[in-house]
Design a protein around this ligand. Structure first.
Ligand SMILES: Nc1nc2c(ncn2[C@@H]2O[C@H](COP(=O)(O)OP(=O)(O)OP(=O)(O)O)[C@@H](O)[C@H]2O)c(=O)[nH]1
Ligand SMILES: [Mg+2]
Length: 450
């Protein structure tokens, strides 16, 4: 997610030795300046950040350690809006009411769904409310998203007033004890006075705990300017930057909070429901400096993996009994975690590696499609016991025919599966953990670049 920016920081850090002189510091700062500006970080923010880093580094005596510390502290400060919230914050008395605002096409409706999905994975009872009555298809779009992620939906046929929809939705949410209510509103052009007035009325009716401004990161500094206008007009508690997957520069995420005094809370990194990353300054700093983000990774994993289920699978692996049913289940949990490339970039030391990895699309990968077709052609017994197929040619032929694969392809997949199961079994024991740790050590992962 932050490959380009992260590269700039790690390169600058490498420029300074354990103990160094002012010339080296200036060189590192100049290089950092160049790449931050290129990445579209606002020039004033760049200047301020680098001034502070220079001062703090000198105070401690120039060297890699003091530079690292100064960069870490000041970067976190820049990413933080004083007094602002970070991550998702629940109201002391439920339901937590979230109002989604933004310009046309910025990603409000999609992001409403992503947020609901994020909360659902954390066990929250969430209601998605369609208060965009401007566009005919908008209500239907949100209904479909709600259905897809299996979250409750509230919309009213034949009601033209969003204020009324919001009032009715909140009444229901209180009665039915919802934890969170997310209200999707109509997109507007910043200059549209009438719609702006309507939004203020909706806000009054909703009395929200959070007013999120959803901004398209591809619009660069325009996203910051429009967020600023909305903040002054309606009042915001957070910004969500969408379409970050298409933004090669990414600098807006760094300067936004400092520029407008409203914290960046989430980042949208794709069109699918799991493609939402929480933005917590300390963690983002670690990530930008090449130290990964183990906390977010652990949270994501915990949210989608049921501990009991995980233990069951681990046991099976240890016994060499991992089968095709387990395989499909594991595939589904991984899908819920979102982009693999993003996950990899959260592992310490893997930030640069993530850049080189093309994202694997679990939905559309040819390889996985083939495996799924194959599994679909198996009997329930065969799915639970791959050995039944391994040495039985007539079963293999039947499965090949049913899945539209050649016999060679079926053989190849079976072989791979068998191989992987054996490999996993080997790693499942105590000695396996040791092997794995040694392997990680050899790969040089972990910690800040030194
Ligand atoms: N690649 C990518 N596409 C996104 C992201 N977020 C939203 N989109 C796409 O952006 C388009 C517009 O998204 P919507 O959610 O309909 O936007 P909206 O703000 O509700 O639009 P209006 O209701 O018309 O104002 C859709 O095609 C989404 O799939 C993102 O993080 N990455
Ligand atoms: Mg919409």
């Amino acid at each position: 997610m932050f490959e380009t920016l992260s590269n700039s920081f790690t390169n600058a850090i490498k420029k300074i030795r354990f103990s160094d002189d002012e010339k080296a510091l200036k060189k590192a700062l100049a290089e950092l300046k160049k790449s931050l500006l290129k990445a579209d970080v606002h020039h004033k923010v760049v200047k301020e950040l680098l001034n502070r880093v220079e001062l703090d580094t000198k105070k401690e005596g120039i060297g890699r350690e003091s530079f690292l510390k100064a960069l870490q502290k000041n970067l976190t400060d820049i990413l933080t809006a004083p007094g602002g919230k970070s991550g998702f914050v629940y109201a002391s008395k439920p339901p937590t009411v979230v109002l989604m605002t933004g310009l046309q096409g910025s990603g409000k409706t999609t992001t409403s769904g992503k947020l609901a999905n994020y909360l659902k994975l954390r066990g929250k009872k969430t209601l998605l409310v369609a208060a965009d009555l401007q566009r005919l298809a908008a209500v239907e779009q949100l209904r479909q998203i709600a259905e897809q992620i299996e979250v409750d939906f509230f919309g009213e046929e034949g009601v033209g007033d969003p204020v009324r929809v919001v009032e009715d939705a909140l009444k229901l949410a209180k009665e039915k004890l919802y934890d969170v209510v997310i209200i999707d509103t109509a997109g507007r052009l910043a200059i549209d006075e009438e719609l702006m007035e309507q939004l203020k009325e909706v806000k009054k009716a909703a009395n929200p705990d959070e007013v999120f401004y959803v901004a398209d990161s591809l619009t660069g500094q325009d996203a910051v300017r429009s967020a600023d206008t909305f903040n002054k007009e309606v009042g915001l508690t957070g910004v969500i930057l969408t379409k970050y997957d298409g933004d090669a520069k990414g600098g807006v995420a760094l300067s936004l909070a400092h520029q407008i005094g409203v914290p960046l809370r989430f980042i949208g990194t794709g069109e699918k429901m799991p493609d939402l990353e929480v933005f917590i300054p300390e963690r983002i700093t670690n990530r930008l400096m090449g130290a990964g983000d183990i906390e977010s990774l652990a949270e994501k994993t915990a949210a989608v993996i049921d501990e009991k289920q995980a233990k069951k699978v681990a046991k099976k692996i240890a016994k060499g009994k991992f089968n095709f049913v387990d395989f499909l289940e594991q595939l589904e949990s991984i899908k819920k975690m979102g982009s693999l490339k993003n996950l990899i970039s959260m592992i310490p030391g893997m930030g640069n590696m993530a850049k080189a990895i093309k994202d694997l699309d679990l939905e559309n990968s040819q390889e996985i499609k083939k495996i799924k077709a194959m599994i679909n052609s198996m009997t329930p017994k065969e799915r639970k016991d791959p050995d039944l197929i391994l040495k039985n040619n007539s079963r293999k032929k039947r499965i090949a025919k049913g899945s539209g694969l050649t016999l060679q392809e079926v053989n190849k997949i079976l072989k791979q599966f068998n191989h992987a199961a054996k490999f996993a079994k080997k790693f499942a024991g105590k000695k396996g953990m040791q092997d794995m740790q040694n392997m990680m050590k050899q790969m040089g992962g972990g910690g800040f670049p030194r």
